[in-house]
Design a protein around this ligand. Sequence first.
Ligand SMILES: [Zn+2]
Ligand SMILES: [Zn+2]
Length: 149
Amino acid sequence: MRRRKKAARVRDDTSAKPRKKAVIKRVKAKKASRVPKTRNAGTMTEAAFWQFIRAALRNKSRWWKPRLYCLQKARRPSQSSNKRLKWEFKCAHCFNWFPQTQIEVNHIHPAGTLKCASDLPQFVENLFCEIDGLEVVCKKCHDAHHKKE
Ligand SMILES: [Zn+2]
Ligand SMILES: [Zn+2]
């Protein structure tokens, strides 16, 4: 019994599969290191840099006044029996009422991609739009809306 186990282990060690995986891993690592880190003191690739800028802008847009006014316009005192919920919000697509945790603010004209400097002006214009460019939607309608695009 003991001997058979040992034999099986030896066979595993010499099988081709794990070695193949290791080679693939090494090739991938080589490829990744070839993408030059041109940004942030040599610590960021171009793609990582634009992701970073995009996240920073998106973060700031949470406190954009039209977004807050859009949420205020779509809310009413909660009719739910849950007394901890102060407000509920009307979805602009299905017209049902939802607690704040189940709604999102949609950009009617999407902010789009931000992958290089030339994307920046349009991205900023779209993201920081006025109230008529925004709507409150429930998560389900929001998902459906973006799948259609
Ligand atoms: Zn909805
Ligand atoms: Zn959206």
